[in-house]
Design a protein around this ligand. Sequence first.
Ligand SMILES: [Zn+2]
Length: 319
Amino acid sequence: MDIASLTKVELHCHYDGIVDAPMLRALQAAGETFPVSPEELEAALPVRDFDAFLAWFEVADVGSVDLDPFVPVLRAHVDRLRSQNVQYAEVFTSIPRGDDVVGQMRKYVDRVRERERGETQIEFVMQMGRGGDPGRREAKVETAVALHGAGLVVGIAIAGAEQGLPIEPHTRAMRLAHDAGVPIEIHAGEWCGPESVWDALEYGYPSRIGHGVAILKDKALVRRFRDEQIHIEMCPSSNVATGSVERMSDHPIRRAFDMGLNVGVNTDDPGAFMCSMNSEYRLLVEEFGFTAEELDVLRRNALDARFQPTLRVPIDGTE
Ligand SMILES: [Zn+2]
């Protein structure tokens, strides 16, 4: 199977999990700067457990202050997506600090989108963690609503540590987003059991669940996902690298697909996990026997679950 030539859609990738040493070397050769060296990044690899994953982020996450360093990384990322025939991609991003968040965000988004070249549409989803004060969460959601209204983000993603951090205390903020028409993604069932997915469904108004590996442990939950066709963004390499799933053969993506659940495949953090959309596709073919037709069902599932209804580039199977 010629995997590179298959058209693809990716919904689950974090802006601060993309960079890798070859990309940095190419950027440096082109005169771009990034606050971390390729050698420092390489020294943090490979990621084989959760502690190593946190250590990788310690090195690569320079974005808590401002987004500027990530512009060249994201531009290079769009080039890579295009070379893999990824026609539509959403990237989870933090938002800039300081004044004029909308103006800063517009500059960031515009500079990245210059690389679309009419072939790969790139959209941003505002990411936030599960913890923190519910009042502050509501303020963040108000920012997300403003950015969504300005066409700069297409939704909200709740990511990060899951244990001991239920969605329930933040349900007012989540309802605020939902009522304002901002679509919601929640990472759930990655580090916790089915109860965490139930909590996300009950209090978070998600139209997509990230990871969701625990869903298959609960028959009632499987029924709910099958009946409502709630999209699950699965990330097999990520789950094995961080230890969320012990062995690749234990990963539920094939079983979920065969049960009629609505799943897609994603890289999550391609820099940390040394993966790509092409390598995830290869994994699905070699480890789980996916056919080209089945891979296209995954693509179609993701395309239909996207947060941006308006397409700017031609995408297979759309008008
Ligand atoms: Zn993620």
